[in-house]
Design a protein around this ligand. Structure first.
Ligand code: AMP
Length: 186
């Protein structure tokens, strides 16, 4: 099974993706985590940090190359859950082509719904412990605008493919996970 988890910053994508990956034995591919790991690697790292700190998306060409490498490395082990990728129509279309070429099937897109007020609250509270330089109010606001303008069009894109599973992400972690499991086990 190959999945994608989708939702605004602070929706709990990372938390739910980790639970799903454990339950269904999928590799958790978080683009944010992969990029943060790249930060330690000199030249590319400095470029990535500028975008992350501003709350802006790193350019498509860069993230597509990085993610394709990660997919190739991990897909042999079985299914994957993508967290934070794709985030633009260009990324989604490229991923579709990549999947087609490799005969990989995307089974479902889990969409965590959450109000902006709650998402901002959660992202700010995470900022107190995450040590992430982009979990501050100014950057979170930008990340939201970026999400609303560049990433939400993907929902329509995947709805057309009849892949979207809508989940109420406002509830407690265990409740959200239970709902996801019920939908996936169907
Ligand atoms: P995240 O950990 O998913 O919240 O991502 C943190 C930051 O990493 C984002 O604000 C972007 O700067 C960058 N990033 C993560 N995933 C992507 C992506 N698919 N496309 C472009 N930039 C990304």
């Amino acid at each position: 099974m190959n999945l994608l988890i989708f939702g605004p910053p602070g929706a709990g994508k990372g938390t739910q993706a980790a639970l799903i990956s454990k339950r269904y034995k999928l590799t958790h591919l978080s683009s944010g985590d992969i990029l943060r790991a790249e930060l330690k690697t000199g030249e590319l790292g400095a470029k990535i940090k500028t975008y992350q700190d501003a709350g802006k998306l790193v350019p498509d060409a860069l993230i597509i190359t990085i993610m394709e490498k990660a997919i190739i490395k991990n897909i042999k082990k079985g299914g994957v859950i993508f967290d934070g990728y794709p985030r633009t129509i260009k990324q989604a279309k490229t991923l579709d082509k990549f999947f087609k070429a490799k005969k990989i099937n995307l089974d479902a897109v889990i969409n965590l719904n959450l109000s902006e007020t709650e998402a901002v609250k959660r992202a700010l509270s995470r900022g107190q412990t995450s040590g992430r330089s982009d979990d501050n109010i100014k950057t979170i606001k930008t990340r939201f605008t970026v999400y609303n303008t560049q990433t939400t069009p993907l929902l329509k894109y995947y709805k057309k493919q009849k892949k979207v599973i809508n989940i109420d992400g406002q509830l407690a972690i265990a409740t959200v996970f239970k709902t996801i499991r019920q939908r996936l086990d169907k």
